[in-house]
Design a protein around this ligand. Structure first.
Ligand code: ZN
Length: 345
């Protein structure tokens, strides 16, 4: 017994114990990582099998003979994506996935495949891929951002809101996007009483200018009085001309003190006086309405101030560069044809 106690107190014994513990922890950690890597691989392979595809023979050949097949094929697929030929790009990525065994390479190809599906408009598939990538790498900011946008497009606003909260932890506050998503959640919340929903939307909108338009569009359809209350507080009306353009009976007394809003109805001939409009396109229409036999109309386009792309429909995120709140209204004058001159035959 004494000899055991002496051995127990021996510093060499403590060192042996510590080394044994370190070895055990290292083995446990190695086994756990191996198990996790295997699980990731199985789950990614299961996802890849969900997509029906016919292996691309050219891609298979390049995979077999090229020294750097992944960079070569990624380059080719990227050209297809840039030219809008998503089918070809997706076929290449799926064939690459089928032939690639390395987990890191697989993850990179999955990310490119997800992006190709996203750009091609296959949102459900893009969503599944982004979720799978994030299971393996939850701090992949680019994929988090794509997943948030995918949820937005799919109308899954609650999920989009949760993803924004994850991004905020890494990137800092994104209050304007959060407010916008919260307003969308409220608009689509069919169980909430209308009055309560409306006051919540107006309350949220006070904190961000980016959600002004979506709030105004909601009020225009649900509470015209509140619509005018809000729009009369906006000084520079240019970006809101499209919302105001098709209102048939504007409350002329209420808007009388707002020169910008009055100009819109001046250009349409609803307000008939000799005051000039400040915005060029409105003034052209006003003068035509008053003095010419030709009539004009406005058409609206939306231009991203970040990438300068033009779109016929408004969106709160640029479909090309994905920037939020960069779309600005562009006015164009078109000759108004007399519809009576056209025969339906
Ligand atoms: Zn853009």
């Amino acid at each position: 017994m004494d000899s055991f106690i002496t051995f127990y107190k021996d510093p060499l014994f403590s060192i042996i114990i510590i080394i044994a513990i370190i070895v055990l922890v290292a083995i446990a950690d190695y086994t756990r990582n191996r198990f996790k890597a295997k699980k990731k691989k199985v789950s990614l392979e299961a996802l890849a099998k969900n997509f029906d595809f016919e292996a691309d023979s050219d891609t298979m050949n390049i995979m077999d003979i090229s020294k750097y097949p992944i960079s070569t094929l990624t380059f080719i697929a990227n050209i297809y994506v840039k030219n809008g030929n998503f089918d070809e790009a997706i076929k290449i990525y799926l064939t690459m996935l089928d032939k690639t065994k390395d987990l890191k390479n697989k993850m990179e190809i999955f990310e490119l495949l997800g992006l190709a599906y996203y750009k091609a408009g296959f949102m459900q598939r893009a969503k599944n891929i982004f979720i799978e990538i994030l299971k393996n790498n939850p701090r992949n900011l680019e994929v988090l951002s794509l997943l948030m946008q995918t949820y937005e497009i799919l109308g899954e606003y609650k999920n989009a809101y949760d993803v924004i909260s994850c991004i905020e932890e890494m990137e800092g506050k994104m209050d304007n996007v959060k407010n916008y998503i919260q307003i969308l959640m409220l608009i689509n919340e069919s169980l909430m009483p209308l009055k309560h929903r409306e006051s919540e939307i107006v309350k949220l909108n006070k904190h961000s200018k980016e959600s002004n338009k979506i709030t105004l569009n909601y009020l225009k359809n649900n509470n015209l009085k509140k619509f005018w209350d809000l729009i009369l507080q906006i000084e520079d009306i240019y970006n809101y001309i499209d919302i105001l353009w098709d209102i048939p009976n504007p409350p002329l007394q209420r808007i009388a003190s707002h020169k910008g809003i009055c100009d819109i109805y001046r250009s349409k001939g609803i307000i008939d006086d000799d005051t000039s409009c400040d915005i060029f396109e409105l003034e052209v229409l006003r003068v035509m309405n008053k003095f010419s036999s030709k009539k004009g109309n406005l058409i609206f386009k939306y231009r991203c101030s970040s990438c300068q792309s033009n779109y016929p429909f408004e969106s709160y995120r640029c479909p090309n560069c994905n920037e939020f709140g960069t779309m600005a209204l562009v006015l164009e004058i078109l000759e108004k044809k007399d519809e009576k001159n056209y025969s339906l035959l």
